[in-house]
Write a protein that binds this ligand. Structure first.
Ligand SMILES: [Zn+2]
Length: 256
């Protein structure tokens, strides 16, 4: 993997956003491998204005690539809201890959992949409709709430200019692929509870520590009146799938 972008290939383009798209698209085409299988290549699908899609010729996984010249914040602006929610609900949403590059050095700083199995409607935020004076008046975009996802969902391919070994990337992907069997309506709870576990920033924790997020979880899941049982249910799923170990007496450990 080469971290330097090739700005010279976009010399004939005038608009800065078009230049950026052409340059970063080329980078993905030349350098990106499939995190879901051993394939070393991804194929470009016909481009559109805002996002670039790639597909793995071996396993068929689709990736939506988006690049930006600033680091990732809590939320990342993304495409139209309604089609995105529909795609998540009917299982046709792609995986998301975000690139942060440095505009001065034209080097890749960070790349993360969010496997689609982590994506639920809860992490998609609806943006305000564009004003009546806008070119696409009334259009409603979306934000992906990266900050609400557990670190396990944000798989680093390049971190601070360092390339993460491919085997680690693929292992991280595989570890949570069981989420594909979990319904879209239950997924938000599972990833939110996993975020709480991760936010404690320790390998061993107690049930009471997770209960301390009760109010926060009640706010994000206002329809659910039984937050504590719901938390315990998610912890059980994470245990059954080999992510957590129950140590007894309300104590837990993250495996690995
Ligand atoms: Zn693949």
């Amino acid at each position: 993997m080469e971290l330097l972008l090739k700005p010279e290939i976009a010399e004939n383009y005038k608009s800065p956003s078009q230049k950026a798209r052409v340059i970063t698209e080329k980078w993905f085409e030349d350098n990106m491998y499939c995190p879901a299988c051993p394939s070393n290549f991804l194929e470009c699908t016909p481009p559109n204005e805002k996002v670039v899609d790639f597909v793995c010729p071996d396993c068929g996984e689709r990736y939506q690539m988006k690049s930006m010249s600033h680091s990732f914040g809590f939320r990342v602006m993304d495409s139209a809201y309604k089609p995105k929610i529909d795609a998540i609900k009917n299982g046709t949403a792609p995986n998301f890959v975000f690139m942060h590059y440095d505009r001065n050095s034209m080097a890749v700083e960070d790349i993360i992949v969010i496997p689609k199995h982590f994506v639920s409607p809860e992490i998609i935020e609806k943006r305000k409709a564009l004003s009546p004076n806008a070119r696409r008046a009334g259009w409603i975009g979306s934000n992906i709430l990266l900050g609400r996802l557990p670190i396990d969902a944000r798989i680093g391919i390049v971190n601070n200019g360092f390339i993460v070994p491919e085997e680690i990337v693929r292992k991280s992907w595989k570890r949570f692929s069981f989420l594909r069997e979990i319904s879209v309506s239950s997924k938000g709870w599972l990833t939110d509870v996993l975020s709480c576990v991760r936010n404690l920033e320790k390998a061993e924790f107690t049930l009471d520590e997770i209960y301390s997020f009760e109010d926060e979880l009640r706010k994000t899941h206002p329809k659910n009146k039984h937050v504590k049982p719901k938390i315990r249910q998610q912890l059980q799923i994470l245990r059954d799938k080999g992510i957590l170990k129950f140590l007894g007496k309300g104590e837990y450990k993250i495996i690995g």
